[in-house]
Design a protein around this ligand. Structure first.
Ligand code: F6P
Length: 341
């Protein structure tokens, strides 16, 4: 009987539980066994495990978060790679490991597979920035939440003749900002991939005012550079050493208000985009990825990630997935910018 270990690492994401459920259900159908590893890589290094069968995953399809817990620990940052995980793997007879995670997690998954452990990756992030897959689960849910927020903010902005800057997640790439901005009819969108000039944005808002439209919605990804002359506060670091982002929207709003005199308010959506139940699209995608990952693990594949490609689930080399971080294509951003102003 094949024993599959499964862990969720990095930031959580709606749909993680649906993936776990898919892995367990398919494994049970094929007489495999699944061992949940708690708290991401930390649990693998420290031997924190829980046995998962079909009954253990009933009712979790619709639940946000991850029943396994997650952490920002990493075996190559906080340990010696495979050597730090070997005890748990041997003690539990784990034949292969399914790793559900984002860019950093998949990078470590690739390294472990290169050290000889059979590993299957499942791409996860609300940021939608992983190469080799058309989309990541969690993204659709996050875009839905951000779009609803924009819709709500637009009506109050209009009532009060205000500019509202909506800050969404997106550390290095602006997928959520671009999609939610298009879906919510944003008057300007600022993303890390493309340089922006705050004076161009101000011109756009002034033009709206001249036409008698005295409110505007500006969507900003959290990872953009602040306008020149507006210094960000020192960010605290997470366990990976990355900046804990959040707040650039205030600097963009200040620059707009200082230049125009228009009242500019800010709404930072933050973790609300990552919490709660996944959308139907994400439930289906996550389920398909979980089932496919289970199949790949039982079939003895390794060093690959299951991915959505042209509506099909395919295996992609992990090396391709971590090659770079996937940004918003220019053509898509141009579509968004057609509606600015
Ligand atoms: O999952 C990726 C992400 O959503 C980034 O967009 C964001 O910067 C980060 O997570 C925040 O993570 P944390 O939960 O550690 O604050």
């Amino acid at each position: 009987m094949s024993v599959i270990g499964v862990l969720t690492a990095g930031g959580d994401c709606p749909g993680l539980n649906a993936v776990i459920r898919g892995i367990v259900a398919r494994a049970e159908e094929r007489d495999g066994e699944v061992l949940g590893i708690k708290n991401g890589w930390e649990g693998l290094m420290q031997g924190q495990t829980v046995s998962l069968d079909r009954d253990a995953v009933r009712g979790i399809l619709t639940r946000g978060g991850t029943i396994l817990g997650t952490s920002r620990m990493d075996p190559y940052v906080h340990g010696d790679g495979y050597a730090s995980c070997e005890r748990t793997i041997k003690a539990n007879g784990i034949d292969s490991l399914i790793v559900i995670g984002g860019d950093g997690t998949l990078r470590s998954a690739l390294k472990l597979s290169e050290e000889g452990l059979p590993v299957i990756g499942v791409p996860k992030t609300i940021d939608n920035d992983i190469c080799g897959t058309d989309m990541t689960f969690g993204f659709d849910t996050a875009v839905g939440i951000a779009t609803e927020a924009i819709d709500r903010l637009a009506t109050t902005a209009e009532s009060h003749n205000r500019v509202i800057v909506v800050e969404v997640m997106g550390r290095t790439k602006g997928w959520i900002a671009t999609y939610a901005g298009i879906a919510g009819g944003a008057d300007a969108i600022i993303v890390p991939e493309f340089e922006y000039d705050i004076d161009d944005i101000v011109d756009t808002l002034r033009q709206r005012h001249r036409k008698g439209i005295k409110y505007s919605i500006v969507v900003v990804a959290e990872g953009v550079k602040p306008p020149p002359g507006y210094e960000p506060a020192e960010h605290k670091k997470d366990a990976f050493g990355f900046d804990r982002l959040g707040g650039v929207g205030y600097l963009v709003a200040a620059a707009i208000e200082d230049r125009t005199g228009f009242e500019a308010r800010v709404s930072v959506l933050g973790h609300v985009q990552r919490g709660g139940t996944p959308s139907a699209f994400d439930r289906v995608l996550a389920t398909r990825l979980g089932v496919a990952a289970s199949d790949r693990a039982i079939d003895g594949e390794s060093g690959v990630m299951v991915a959505l490609r042209s509506m099909k689930i395919e295996s992609v080399p992990l090396s391709e997935a971590v090659d770079s971080i996937r940004g918003v294509p220019e053509e898509l951003f141009r579509t968004a910018s057609t509606f600015f102003g």
